[in-house]
Structures are given as structure tokens and as C-alpha cells.
Write a protein that binds this ligand. Structure first.
Ligand code: ATP
Ligand code: MG
Length: 254
């Protein structure tokens, strides 16, 4: 296995807040790695730093042996780094198919409109959205829009796919389908960093899990070891207690 991504001492400051605090980790070619942590832990910020949506305050990102720390998002996509957005943002005036076709033309190496359309259709079939290909993107339900994000990212022929809560809002049987889909993506040789709140999805897919808390990488390793790590338990429980206390405080005020 060879290193695909090397994140070194990465930090991001928003005013007084360190949203990412000195984070270092590697991704090996072909891995599925889970990225978990309570709300506000800094997961999306980390993905934004890796894909050039945000500029790092400190630290570096090396992808395929090349320093990409200052790379713009469009360059990141063309270099094989694709991501889905937690807040989905399809091109609203386009159909489902046109959205995916845009990805194929922009970063997927399609050399003609016809080829881009064929590629796009294949990816829509792969994620189960082919029947909706000619509908406007805005007509899709939220889980389907997440599938569209996934098809668009796949059309960019990524080496590394960063999935930001792509399975949010799915019901139990849809989650089982999603697990199959993620495995099929990995079987194509695509490395996956998976941000996910559903622990069932994380533990059944990930070979390794990274845990963020207040921007810091507090634990990493095999899923079961990580979920039994006292620091991880405390991070999650601490958050639940804080949420309960907040709710109680609000009731007292009301
Ligand atoms: N553009 C921004 N400006 C200021 N603060 C930000 C910005 N983006 C994120 N933050 C803050 O940085 C912290 C990390 O946010 P982030 O969205 O990365 O967390 P997350 O782990 O993805 O959370 P969630 O599970 O809710 O998606 C939060 O405190 C958030 O309010
Ligand atoms: Mg997030």
C-alpha cells in the first residue's frame, strides 16, 4: 500500500476558534477510513481544507506525492480529489443528468458531450437515479440529492472521495443499499474518507476510524478499539450531557 494523502499539522482558525487543531494523518491507497466526531468537531472544515475550499492557517496537505495545500477546489477536483457537500448544492436550473454530465466534462476527462452524457448515465445507474435522469435536480428528495452529489463526484473519476454525510436521512433499507454502494465504489479502487454519524455504517465499512473533537484528532485505529476509547466515549457523552443541560437551562428560563 502506498500513501495517497498526507495531512500534516493542519490547523484552521476562525477568529478565536481553532476549528482544526494540529491534525495529522495519512490515507493509504484503497482504504475506507471513517471520520467521526460530535457536531461541530471540525469534520467538514477538515474536508474543506483538504479540497481547497478553505485555506489552512497552518500545516500541509500532500496528495499523490504533490503539495496541494494551496490548491483551489477546481484544481483539487481535476487532480483526483472529489467530495460531496453536507449541504447539497446541485445546479438548480439543470436536470439530474446535466448535473452529472457537468462533473464528467469538468474533471472526468470526457472528451465530448456525447461521451460525458454516456458516463453520466452510467453513474446515475450506479447510484440508482437513472429513472430520474431527466427531471430537474430541484425535484429530488434530500436523500436523492445526496445520491446525485455522489454520482457527480464519481463522474470526476476521483482517486480519493471525501463523503460528507452522504447517507443522512436514509431509512433502514436505504442504509443497507448505501452500504452496498459504498463497497462497490471501494471495489473500483477509489479510496474513501467517510464522514458519518450512523455508527453502523462507520463500523461495517471502515478499516480505520479517525475521531475529531474540538478540532483535535483525539483517537484513531480499528473501529471497535476507537469506539471503546475512553476519550471518544467522553467526547460523545460530554456533548450529550451538555445538550441536556442546555435544554434544562432553557426550560428553567421559559
Ligand atoms: N466559515 C466558518 N466561519 C466561522 N466558524 C466556522 C466556519 N465553518 C465552521 N465553523 C465552526 O467551526 C467548528 C467546526 O465546524 P464543522 O462544520 O467543521 O463541524 P462538523 O464536525 O462538520 O459538524 P457537523 O457534524 O454538525 O456537520 C464549529 O464550531 C463551526 O461553528
Ligand atoms: Mg459537518
Amino acid at each position: 500500500m502506498s500513501k495517497l494523502l498526507e495531512v500534516r499539522n493542519l490547523s484552521k482558525r476562525f477568529g478565536g476558534l481553532l476549528a482544526t487543531n494540529n491534525v495529522s494523518f495519512d490515507l493509504e491507497q484503497g482504504e475506507i477510513v471513517g471520520l467521526i466526531g460530535p457536531n461541530g468537531a471540525g469534520k467538514t472544515t477538515l474536508v474543506n481544507l483538504i479540497t481547497g475550499v478553505l485555506n489552512a492557517s497552518e500545516g500541509s496537505v500532500v496528495f499523490c506525492g504533490k503539495d496541494v495545500t494551496r490548491q483551489r477546489p477546481n484544481e483539487a477536483a481535476r487532480s483526483g480529489l472529489a467530495r460531496t457537500f453536507q449541504i447539497v448544492q446541485p445546479f438548480p436550473q439543470m436536470t439530474v443528468l446535466e448535473n452529472v454530465k457537468a462533473g464528467a466534462l469538468f474533471a472526468g476527462g470526457a472528451i465530448s458531450g456525447a461521451q460525458a452524457e454516456r458516463d453520466a448515465m452510467e453513474h446515475l445507474e450506479f447510484v440508482g437515479l437513472a429513472p430520474q435522469a431527466h427531471r430537474p435536480a430541484t425535484a429530488l428528495t434530500l436523500p436523492s440529492r445526496k445520491r446525485l452529489e455522489l454520482a457527480k463526484s464519481l463522474a470526476m473519476k476521483p482517486k480519493l472521495l471525501l463523503l460528507d454525510e452522504v447517507n443522512a436521512g436514509l431509512n433502514t433499507s436505504e442504509i443497507d443499499q448505501a452500504l452496498g454502494l459504498m463497497r462497490a465504489i471501494a471495489a473500483r479502487g477509489i479510496t474513501i474518507l467517510l464522514i458519518e454519524h450512523l455508527m453502523k455504517v462507520v463500523t461495517s465499512l471502515s478499516q480505520r476510524v479517525l475521531v475529531l473533537h474540538h478540532g483535535e484528532l483525539i483517537s484513531q485505529g480499528a473501529p471497535n478499539a476507537v469506539l471503546n476509547d475512553p476519550r471518544v466515549i467522553e467526547a460523545y457523552l460530554g456533548n450529550k450531557f451538555a445538550a441536556r443541560e442546555n435544554a434544562m437551562a432553557k426550560k428553567e428560563i421559559a
